[in-house]
Ligand binder design. Structure first.
Ligand code: IPE
Ligand code: IPE
Ligand code: MG
Length: 238
């Protein structure tokens, strides 16, 4: 079982447009899939679930779509609060905060505080998130540490970089799922995906089902993760 599952929830717009609906309807339906995946991760005791909700690049979209996404995000934080608490999910939000509307930030703060001591799956929402931005911010923090004399240059190793990311202390991503069929990472968790197993499905996010999620988990379980080494059973062939 993966410890950290990260999902690029893609294909909302296409799903809706194919059905003659506005793109935002796809985002709306996507919330049901989020609920399903949270429930599954709780049941399977998966430690961290990271969901890509809004990338740093998504601000390029029409203002109407951005406004709808912000409203949806706020609604989600309000309406799912009871369920988040019932499922013992611990909310975490990664990304930049300053571009988000005040009412979204305030609802976010409420759920963050309320769920702070929960022990279940960590539900990590990536909002206004960019992998390169995260690494650049970590570099700044590390440089500051050196300048202040708290950190030696020799001490800047992979662990040190990991410790300065938003995801400090978490296991790296084991399984990265992308719905909607695109074969790219779109600036998602660049550092943490280093050895992740990738699972891309044509299925769009609004119709991604528990069966699809189980298929990804089963696919993961069947992978041979070598991390640069060789299969133990092949050791004799060297
Ligand atoms: C992903 O779905 C959701 C967000 C980026 C917020 P899209 O809106 O990218 O859907 P497609 O890829 O256009 O179908
Ligand atoms: C990635 O999807 C971002 C989210 C799912 C939040 P995009 O739809 O923005 O990715 P690209 O533009 O196709 O790479
Ligand atoms: Mg997309």
């Amino acid at each position: 079982m993966p410890r950290h599952v990260a999902i690029i929830m893609d294909g909302n717009g296409r799903w809706a447009q194919l059905r003659g609906m506005p793109r935002i309807e796809g985002h709306r339906r996507g919330v049901d899939t989020v609920r399903m995946v949270c429930e599954a991760c709780t049941e399977l005791k998966i430690k961290v679930l990271t969901l890509y909700c809004l990338s740093s690049e998504n601000w390029k979209r029409p203002q109407q779509e951005i406004d709808f996404l912000m409203e949806l995000f706020k609604q989600y934080l309000i309406e799912e609060r009871d369920l988040i608490m019932k499922q013992d999910l611990k909310l975490q939000v990664i990304g930049r905060k300053h571009r988000l509307p005040a009412d979204v930030l305030s609802e976010m703060q409420t759920t963050l505080q309320l769920s702070a001591n929960n022990q279940g799956t960590k539900l990590q929402l990536a909002v206004d998130y960019g992998g390169r931005d995260e690494i650049a911010q970590a570099a700044q923090a590390i440089a500051q540490g050196v300048q202040d004399g708290r950190l030696q240059i020799d001490a800047i190793d992979e662990q040190c970089v990991s410790d300065h990311l938003f995801t400090a202390g978490q296991p790296d991503v084991d399984l990265m799922i992308r719905t909607g069929g695109e074969m790219r990472v779109s600036n998602f968790l660049l550092w943490q995906l280093s050895y992740a197993e990738l699972w891309v499905t044509e299925t769009c996010w609004p119709e991604f089902s528990r069966e699809d999620f189980d298929a990804a988990l089963n696919g993961f379980a069947a992978r041979d993760r070598r991390f640069g080494g060789i299969k133990t059973s092949n050791l004799g062939d060297v």
